[in-house]
Design a protein around this ligand. Structure first.
Ligand SMILES: *[C@@H]1O[C@H](CO)[C@@H](O)[C@H](O)[C@H]1NC(C)=O
Length: 116
C-alpha cells in the first residue's frame, strides 16, 4: 500500500473517531426560555404534558416539584417532551417559549432525562 493511501485512510479513521466522540459528548436539553411569560409557559407546559411528556416528577412534592415555579416546571415538561419525541421530528420550540441548552439542568434529586 502506498504511503499516500495509508495517510488518507488514517485521516479518515481519525475524522470518524472525532465525530463519534463529539456526538457522544453533546447532550441537548430543552428548557424554558427566560424571556417567555408565565402564561405562555403554562399553556406550553399543559400541551407538552398531554402530548408525550412525562410530567409525573413535577406533580406536588415529587422529585422536580421544587423549585415550585412555572419556569422550572415548564423546563422539565419541555425536556421530557423533547427527549421522548425528538426522533419523531419534534423540535424544542413551544411557540418560542423553549430553548436548547448543552448544560444538564438536573439538580438534587430532580433528574432531567437525556436520550441519545
Ligand atoms: C406551588 O406554587 C403554586 C403557584 O404559585 C402555589 O399555589 C402552591 O401553593 C405552591 N405549592 C407549594 C407546596 O409550595
Amino acid at each position: 500500500m502506498s504511503t499516500i493511501l495509508a495517510k488518507i485512510l488514517l485521516s479518515i479513521v481519525f475524522i470518524l473517531s472525532i465525530s463519534r466522540n463529539s456526538d457522544a459528548q453533546f447532550e441537548d436539553y430543552c428548557i424554558a426560555d427566560e424571556q417567555a411569560t408565565e402564561d405562555v409557559l403554562q399553556n406550553a407546559m399543559n400541551w407538552a404534558c398531554k402530548n408525550g411528556a412525562d410530567c409525573s416528577a413535577i406533580q406536588d412534592y415529587q422529585s422536580c416539584f421544587f423549585p415550585n415555579t412555572t419556569k422550572d416546571h415548564a423546563s422539565f415538561a419541555f425536556n421530557s417532551y423533547y427527549q421522548n419525541m425528538k426522533h419523531n421530528g419534534a423540535s424544542c420550540y413551544f411557540t418560542a417559549a423553549a430553548i436548547l441548552t448543552g448544560l444538564n439542568p438536573s439538580h438534587d434529586s430532580c433528574k432531567f432525562e437525556y436520550l441519545p
